[in-house]
Design a protein around this ligand. Structure first.
Ligand code: KE4
Length: 430
């Protein structure tokens, strides 16, 4: 595969952009190769600057649930940009998307748009702290909520881990109020939330974890979390940046029947443009400026182009039977993957929820961060490179999810299974 132009571009990029990328995972460091520079995309394929075409399972890390360059979304953008791109003033499109989002999610009475998932989660925990007057944020090992200081704590190795900075530049004073505990561990959850020494403002969780690879909540885990936080007056925040409008039109909260106090969104609601959002009960949301004292602002929040792309996307998602068709496609693809791993004698734990999935190269069921860390990342890297050489564009990390989109055709999924079988056989021979 000729990648000469990507190589030249990567050299140029590294001279002016840290690591040559604008987000670390794109550097492909954990899969042992240099990144390809993508020139265009359509449907479920991306094409790099050397003209190599790939079936795409990254899907821009989630937004492309309909595939790339969907005609309805492009048309909405073209029409909107004719009238300008940003005004720094309220616009009708913000109301339209806000009403769609509020109507879709059980927990939302009001919503505030921002420009990234990080802004959404950062604002949500500030709001929870302002609303409760408490300081401590509880999160879960292996869950990622963006790069705001409060979230950059190392995943705890102990049962109960007081935050220790997970990145230089994050002062102890900031992360001292962040506690990270094991996902799916009800005993530790109850022990932590009931600890009288802790002034807990909120718990934030990915209702299906997508940032240690795909890890689903244990049966009743979310219900127990909801019961405890309600009893103790702790704000429950669902980070649905990945799962929102992915697992169902009402997100994970509808999929599992558990209603949080606040919800964070991103990715799909922007249709590929920069959008994040946080929302919830009016009683809490009314604490946000200018109505309330908790400050949050953004120059491009509610940007007309992003709103138009989001409205077009949600319009498509609302079509009858969309999620049934998407999940059925993902179901048969996942079944094929499991059969192939079995035939090849390769230990793979395939975790899937709806159209999100991760194949962990390990014999141990993956139910939390510690078990996810047992996966063979070298073997994943080898698989990644082999699949790339055969035109399949997987997530460049064992600890991310693969996304199935409405644009993935049966033929493309069959080809991917064939290439997976070829790759697994090569892995088994190593
Ligand atoms: P952004 O700030 O990247 O828009 O969103 C942060 C975020 C918040 N919450 C969840 C559950 C997320 O998954 C993310 C971002 N996801 C990663 C990939 N899993 C984005 C990819 C990247 O960092 O380049």
């Amino acid at each position: 595969m000729n990648t000469s132009k990507s190589e030249q571009m990567f050299e140029a990029a590294q001279r002016v952009i840290p690591g040559g990328v604008n987000s670390p995972v794109r550097a492909c460091r954990s899969v042992g190769c240099d990144p390809l520079f993508i020139e265009r995309a359509a449907g479920s394929t991306v094409t790099d600057v050397d003209g190599n075409q790939f079936i795409d399972f990254v899907c821009s890390w989630g937004p492309m649930i309909f595939g790339h360059a969907h005609p309805r979304i492009l048309a909405a953008l073209r029409e909107t940009m004719e009238h300008g791109t940003s005004f720094g003033a309220p616009t009708p499109t913000e109301i339209e998307l806000a009403e769609l989002v509020v109507d879709a999610l059980p927990s939302l009475e009001k919503v505030r748009f921002v420009s990234s998932g990080t802004e959404a989660t950062m604002s949500a925990i500030r709001l929870a702290r302002g609303y409760t007057g408490r300081k401590v944020v509880v999160k879960f090992d292996g869950c990622y909520h963006g790069h705001a200081d409060s979230f950059l704590v190392k995943a705890g190795s102990g049962v109960l881990t007081l935050g220790i900075p997970g990145s230089p530049g994050v002062p102890d004073e900031i992360v001292r109020n962040t506690i990270s505990i094991p996902y799916n561990d009800e005993a530790t959850l109850e022990q932590t939330l009931r600890d009288p020494a802790l002034e807990i403002a909120c718990v934030i969780i990915e209702p299906v974890a997508g940032n240690m690879g795909c890890v689903s909540p244990a049966p009743n885990f979310l219900k127990t979390l909801r019961q405890l936080t309600a009893e103790l007056g702790i704000v429950l925040i669902f980070d649905e940046v990945i799962t929102g409008f992915r697992l169902s039109y009402g997100g994970a909260q509808q999929f599992y029947g558990v209603t949080p106090d606040l919800t964070c969104l991103g990715k799909i609601i922007g249709g590929g443009l920069p959008v994040g959002a946080y929302g919830g009960k009016a009683e809490i949301m009314d604490q946000i400026a200018p109505d309330g004292p908790v400050y949050q602002a953004g120059t491009l929040s509610g940007n007309p182009l992003a709103m138009a792309a989001g409205i077009a996307t949600l319009g498509l998602l609302g079509e009858d039977g969309f999620y049934d068709r998407l999940n059925a496609k993902a179901d048969s693809f996942a079944a094929g993957l499991s059969e192939i791993a079995e035939r090849a004698g390769i230990p793979v734990q395939l975790n899937r929820v709806g159209s999100l999935m991760t194949g962990f190269f390990t014999e141990t069921p993956v139910v939390d961060f510690n078990s996810a860390m047992l996966a063979d990342t070298d073997r994943y890297g080898c698989h990644y490179r082999q699949m790339l050489s055969r035109g399949i564009y997987l997530a460049p990390s064992q600890f991310e999810v693969a996304f199935i989109s409405a644009a993935h055709s049966d033929e493309q999924l069959s080809k991917t299974l064939e290439m997976t079988e070829w790759s697994f056989k090569k892995l088994a021979d190593k």
